[in-house]
Design a protein around this ligand. Structure first.
Ligand SMILES: [Zn+2]
Length: 452
């Protein structure tokens, strides 16, 4: 192998998968994760020019195994797959997870109990919660699972609160208030910690929310959850409703009651609304892996975590997050779209000449962090992935040279020219097999020429 091949193969073999440096939450830099790892002179970070205040507390609640499985396209995972996902959620640093709605039937009770035992036996750090309608019939099985397994489970009681839902269901606010008082009171009496959820909060009247929140707090609820059930909210709306909830909690003299934000992404604002809610005073945010859920889904927890880490609002090692995304995709049959941010096939792939040339030049400078950042808003190594240079019709010769070097191929000019011409006449990026075929043909031609 010639010296240049050896040099660049070595460059391609750099360890891009080393763990993200971890630090205690107190020592997380205020600047972005990226700003902390690349020479600050090379990136002016407007994101921290006028930063949003860092929330004092950010708790992550995963809904993949409950709300996520309501996706009309999701296949129900086996119980072993659910346990595997639960372990990965714990590994990645999820704080709390919804493990089911036992009121939905005996089969859910059975699964929830198995998952609760898996948490106990696996000594997982994440805490469990279960969803329940504001019905004693839904709350009772949660209390029984707690008794049988010894695992504390938070009870998340939900009820529709918007006028449009009240009209469709023929509900009055008095009825909602009675259900709230009875259900929260019953759950608290059973020794359960309660989060009270108003469905469709982001389209509910303030006077209704005030009555319901106050009733829930007076009945013993420890948290209030604002649900953007139909993905209606904008960031301004999210901030407004969270601040309103805080004012109601404070007026009730219950400053220790926390606020949750549960978002959906019908308007593709799941992630940004979660950040806005945290800015405004929410301390726990919900999401599902890959954003799977009812209709087009929930806030994507994986992307929310990436953003929270990049902003320095949480401190987690995300190098196994890609494994979790794949596990959820495999278990539910929900594909990861090629252009899905961070975890999609194309997230760190480029076949464009200018982009690839910049990445390749960064490699040549013996600086993997530079190569990982020059054309990426998210460093691939943050999630255990790496940059990929492909060869296609938009490529330059540097793509070809670099691709061959990364595959340990000693290339001469004829080979590079041949593959480059093939790429220019193709309508798509060349597959590995296509490139290798061209190489074989180039070698065969060179041998014939030498023989002659
Ligand atoms: Zn939901």
């Amino acid at each position: 192998m010639p010296s240049c091949g050896r040099r660049f193969v070595a460059a391609c073999g750099w360890d891009w998968h080393r763990p993200v440096p971890s630090s205690s939450p107190a020592s997380v830099p205020r600047s972005s994760w990226r700003g902390a790892s690349v020479d600050k002179a090379l990136i002016y970070d407007w994101n921290v020019d006028q930063p949003s205040p860092r929330p004092p507390l950010v708790i992550l609640n995963d809904e993949t195994l409950r709300d996520g499985l309501q996706s009309p396209s999701a296949r129900a995972p086996s119980i072993d797959q659910k346990i595997h996902i639960l372990h990965l959620l714990d590994d990645i640093g999820i704080d709390t997870a919804d493990i089911g709605l036992p009121g939905a039937g005996a089969h859910v009770v059975r699964d929830v109990e198995v998952l609760a035992r898996a948490i106990v036996e696996g000594r997982l750090r994440l805490q469990a919660n279960c969803a329940a309608r504001t019905l004693i019939a839904d709350i009772q099985p949660i209390a029984e699972i707690v008794q049988r397994t010894g695992l504390p489970i938070e009870c998340c009681c939900f009820i529709g609160s918007s006028p449009i839902r009240q009209y469709a269901e023929d509900w009055t606010v008095d009825h909602l208030q009675r259900c709230t008082e009875e259900a929260v009171g019953f759950a608290v009496a059973q020794g359960l910690r309660v989060m009270y959820v108003t469905e469709d909060t982001t389209r509910s009247k303030p006077e209704t929310l005030r009555r319901l929140f106050t009733t829930a707090i007076d009945s013993g609820a420890a948290r209030i959850c604002i649900a953007d059930t139909v993905g209606h909210a904008t960031p301004a709306g999210a901030r407004a409703v969270v601040r309103f909830a805080r004012s109601v909690i404070d007026a009730a003299g219950a400053g220790d009651v926390g606020i949750d934000w549960h978002g959906h992404r019908d308007r593709d604002m799941g992630t940004i609304n979660s950040l806005a809610a945290l800015e405004a005073g929410a301390s726990r945010v919900h999401g599902t892996i890959l954003g799977i859920g009812e209709r087009v889904g929930n806030t994507p927890m994986d992307l929310l975590m990436v953003n929270l880490v990049l902003m320095g609002w949480i401190d987690r090692d995300l190098t196994r997050l890609n494994d979790l995304v794949r596990a959820v995709s495999d278990a539910t049959g929900e594909p990861v779209p090629d252009n899905y941010p961070v975890f999609g096939r194309d997230a760190f792939r480029t076949a464009t000449g200018v982009h690839a040339a910049a990445v390749v030049k960064a490699f040549r400078k013996n600086d993997p962090e530079l190569a990982d950042t020059v054309y990426s808003g998210v460093p691939a190594r943050l999630v255990g992935r790496s940059q990929q240079i492909e060869i296609g019709p938009m490529s330059g010769k540097s793509n070809v040279v670099f691709w061959l070097e990364c595959h340990g191929v000693t290339a001469d000019e004829d080979m590079v020219d041949r593959i480059f011409r093939r790429a220019k006449s193709s309508s798509t990026v060349l597959s590995e097999q296509e490139i290798l075929r061209e190489l074989e043909a180039a070698r065969a031609y060179a041998t014939t020429r030498l023989d002659a």
